[in-house]
Design a protein around this ligand. Structure first.
Ligand code: SF4
Length: 313
C-alpha cells in the first residue's frame, strides 16, 4: 500500500486529497444557519452531552454572513499562499440536512457554485436527518460534484449513546450508511474515544464494527470537556476520568491496526477552542498527539490494517 512507507503508517487525508485532486485542497467551513433536532426539542433540548451550543461547529463561518462572504474571507488568504489551491465546501455546524428540502437544495447548489475550484461538498449531519428526499437531493448533487456525508456516530454501543443523549440507535446509522453507499456518496464517520464508562475494548469494538461497512473515511478524537456543555457542568461538579495522552495513543494505534487500508483517516485529534476547554489540556497539542501516535506505530511496527485478518479483537 502507498502509505506503508517510512513517512506514513496510515492513510491520511492529505495523501488522499493530493492523489485524487493533484493539488493542495482546503476545507472551508460554512455555516448554513441550521439547527439540530437534538437541541431544538424535536428529540431533546439537551444536545449530545459533549456538544457546545455552537453545535460542533466551533470553527465554522458566521451564520449572519452570506455563504459567499464566509467563503471569501477564508479562501482569499489561502489563495495568496497557494494560488492553485482547491476547496471543499464544508457545512460543519449543527445538523446540515435538518431543514426544508427546498432550503437544502438552494444552499448546497449555492455552495457548489461559489468557486470553480470547489471540488467537493462535505455535509455534517445525523443519520435520523437523512430521509428519502435528502437522499434524492444528494444523488442529484453527486452528478455535479463529489459529496461527503459526515456522520457523528461516536460509539456503536447504544447504552453509551443513551448516556450522552445521542438520540438515535446504531441500527439506524448502519441503515443510512448502506443507503448512502448505494448512491455513491462517501461517508466519513466521527468517533470519540474515552466516553464515560467505555472500556478500551468497547472503543476497539466500534472500529471493529465499522471495518465491515462501506465507509470511506473516519475521524477519531479523544473526549474533551468544554464549557457550556452538559459534560462540562457534570465535570466541574464531579470530575470523571478522561483518557491520558498515553491511554489515547495506545487505543488509537490499536484502532488504526484494525482499520481497512482503504479507509482515509481524516483526523486523529480533537479541536476544542482553547478558551472553551476544561480538560484534558493535552488535547490542544495536536502535533504532540500526532508525534506520539507515530512513535508508537513505529515501536509496535504497526500500519493501518495490520490486524485486519483477526476475526476478533
Ligand atoms: S447531533 Fe451534532 S450538533 Fe446536535 S447535539 Fe449532537 S453533536 Fe451537537
Amino acid at each position: 500500500m502507498e502509505f506503508q512507507t517510512k513517512q506514513h503508517r496510515f492513510y491520511n487525508l492529505d495523501q488522499y486529497l493530493k492523489t485524487k485532486y493533484k493539488s493542495k485542497v482546503f476545507k472551508v467551513a460554512l455555516n448554513g444557519n441550521f439547527n439540530c433536532p437534538n437541541r431544538d426539542g424535536t428529540i431533546s433540548h439537551l444536545g449530545c452531552f459533549f456538544c457546545s451550543e455552537k453545535g460542533s461547529g466551533d470553527f465554522a463561518g458566521r451564520k449572519e454572513d452570506a455563504l459567499a462572504v464566509q467563503f471569501e474571507k477564508v479562501s482569499t488568504k489561502i489563495h495568496e499562499k497557494w494560488p492553485n489551491a482547491k476547496y471543499i465546501a464544508y457545512f460543519q455546524a449543527n445538523t446540515n440536512t435538518y431543514g426544508p428540502i427546498a432550503k437544502l437544495e438552494q444552499l448546497f447548489n449555492e455552495a457548489i457554485a461559489l468557486h470553480p475550484d470547489i471540488v467537493c461538498l462535505s455535509i455534517a449531519t445525523r443519520p435520523d436527518c437523512i430521509n428519502s428526499e435528502v437522499l434524492l437531493l444528494l444523488k442529484k448533487l453527486r452528478e455535479k460534484i463529489d459529496i461527503w456525508v459526515e456522520l457523528g456516530l461516536q460509539t456503536i454501543h447504544d447504552n453509551t449513546a443513551l448516556s450522552f443523549n445521542r438520540g438515535y440507535p446504531t441500527a439506524l446509522f448502519q441503515n443510512i450508511v448502506m443507503q448512502l453507499h448505494q448512491i455513491q456518496v462517501d461517508v466519513i464517520v466521527h468517533i470519540i474515544n474515552g466516553l464515560p464508562n467505555e472500556s478500551k475494548n468497547d472503543m476497539l469494538e466500534t472500529v471493529f464494527y465499522l471495518r465491515n461497512l462501506p465507509i470511506q473515511g473516519i475521524k477519531i478524537h479523544s473526549l474533551f470537556v468544554q464549557k457550556n456543555t452538559i459534560f462540562g457542568n457534570q465535570y466541574q461538579k464531579n470530575p470523571f476520568p478522561l483518557l491520558t495522552l498515553q491511554q489515547y495513543v495506545d487505543i488509537v494505534c490499536e484502532q488504526i491496526a484494525l482499520l481497512p487500508s482503504h479507509i482515509v483517516i481524516h483526523r486523529l485529534s480533537g479541536d476544542a477552542p482553547q478558551r472553551d476547554l476544561i480538560a484534558p489540556e493535552w488535547t490542544t497539542k495536536k502535533l504532540v498527539v500526532m508525534n506520539e501516535i507515530d512513535k508508537r506505530m513505529r515501536l509496535l511496527q504497526y500500519f493501518q490494517g495490520c490486524k485486519i485478518k483477526n476475526d476478533q479483537i
